[in-house]
Design a protein around this ligand. Structure first.
Ligand code: FES
Ligand SMILES: [Fe+2]
Length: 446
């Protein structure tokens, strides 16, 4: 449960809010690179943290991200012509380069142009391309940090897949889904009357997730132990969250997630050698967000089959239309099928990603955390809120928030493992990752 002021702080991300200041203290993804693939191609509208912006790729290949208002008489540059070295306003032809500098004013006498150009600058945000995404720096232009060294961006392009999905609720409740791994015992469970049927249905329902090395046993363990014990450790870029369930005599099945500031989470199921998945929640405004989705394998290219399953709805990816709108969405109740809910799966909704979205959206456009009743399996959520509120206060006070100055601290992994029941969390972490907080071996931070 949160107080009303804390709920507001956690969820509001507009200019000048504490959480808005925190988000503007990190590089954040704002587009897929493929959305602005072409030099001098069409500008696209980008709404992020409540701000309306446009993006385009200029003739030199740089991605511009800027306010769309033409300083002349306020026309929207979305309608502008993206031409040699900048965007030209379609109204009277003023032109601006990718840094927002006015470079031409064809309606102004040449002698007054230099003085007026100075006044006609447009606010533009620095951008970088990293891991198939366009990242933006929306904070203080004097204090631009390095990009976070997230593993999906460090591997060769053949080893990763990136996409995004539209989600119709506040960013924070969607992100909470990434740290609340207890819900796997319910929301994503098949309905089955025998272990064989469970295994068969689990394989279908979790298409795209590669947890096969444990057979489908992990689904049974999750079904049978509904009270996972949580262990949470804060590290230099966020939290590592382990949850253990009984897995037969003398063993525990650990699912270990990462939450990295400001809003990245890695899913907890991959075992050693398997493909990893992550999500990044970026507010469009306070009632909707883009969820950037990525999968990567550190040691091999992704297979055609993996990529096909991601493109058609598998692992963290929903089935979507060409605008990244999930086919099963708030507007059609996620095509919930009540018969399916009795006979096939717990939710009656097809797709792990869709099940998450349905239930997160159902908490309201902005979840009211003042009326919750939390228990021991909500420890991850509680710790997430604590660390985010603390970081928002730090950013507002002008301090460096967690991880911002430690790009190498983002070189961590999440994943699952079956370990002896008497192993402590630190031992389990060393067993699975060779490090107590999941840092990648050889990371310069160690
Ligand atoms: S409004 Fe853009 S050039 Fe006049
Ligand atoms: Fe989920």
């Amino acid at each position: 449960m949160l107080s009303r002021p804390d709920n507001e702080t956690l969820t509001r991300t507009g200019t000048g809010t504490p959480m808005g200041t925190l988000f503007r203290s990190y590089w954040i993804p704002v587009l897929l690179s493929e959305q602005v693939a072409e030099r001098d191609g069409a500008p696209v509208r980008v709404k992020v943290l409540g701000e309306e912006l446009i993006a385009f790729r200029d003739s030199a290949g740089r991605v511009a991200l800027m306010e769309p208002r033409c300083p002349h008489r306020g026309a929207n540059l979305f309608f502008g012509r993206n031409e040699e070295g900048g965007i030209r306003c379609a109204f009277h032809g003023w032109k601006f380069d990718a840094r927002g500098e006015c470079v031409d004013m064809p309606t102004i006498p040449p002698e007054t142009m230099p003085r007026l150009c100075e006044k006609a600058r447009i606010r533009a945000c620095p951008t970088r391309e990293w891991g198939g995404l366009v990242w933006a720096w929306m904070g203080d232009a004097q204090r631009v940090p390095e990009l976070p060294q997230m593993e999906f961006a460090l591997v060769p392009a053949t080893h990763r897949h990136v996409s995004k999905k539209y989600q119709e609720c506040n960013w924070a409740q969607a992100a909470e889904g990434g740290v609340d791994t207890a819900h796997f015992s319910f929301l994503h469970q098949p309905v089955a009357s025998s272990d064989a049927e469970l295994a068969e249905k689990a394989a279908r329902a979790t298409r795209g997730y590669s947890a096969k090395s444990m057979g489908e046993d992990h689904v049974r363990w999750m079904r049978d132990d509904t009270r996972p014990r949580y262990e949470v450790r804060k590290h230099d870029s966020g939290l590592v969250l382990g949850a253990s369930r009984r897995a037969g005599a003398g063993s525990l099945y650990w699912r270990i997630a990462q939450y990295l500031l400001p809003s990245h989470a890695y899913t907890p199921s991959a075992t050693e050698g398997q493909t990893y998945h992550g999500q990044t929640w970026i507010p469009i405004d306070d009632e909707s967000c883009w969820v950037y989705l990525y999968s990567w394998n550190p040691t091999r290219p992704l297979t055609q089959e993996e990529i096909r399953s991601y493109r058609t709805g598998g692992a963290v990816y929903p089935e979507m239309d060409s605008n990244w709108m999930p086919i099963r969405n708030r507007g059609n109740d996620y095509l919930i099928d009540r018969r399916l809910q009795k006979t096939e799966n717990f939710s009656g909704i097809v797709g792990v990603s869709e099940q998450d979205a349905a239930i997160q959206d159902s908490q309201g456009r902005i979840a009211d955390r003042t009326r919750e009743l939390l228990g021991p399996t909500d420890i991850g959520v509680v710790q997430f809120r604590r660390v985010m509120l603390e970081a928002a206060r730090a950013a507002t006070a002008g301090e460096v928030p967690l991880g911002q100055d430690k790009p190498e601290a983002y070189r961590v992994r999440a994943g699952g493992i079956v370990a002896p029941a008497d192993a402590g969390f630190d031992d389990v972490m060393r067993l699975r990752f060779g490090d107590e907080v999941g840092r990648i071996a050889g990371s310069s931070q160690r």
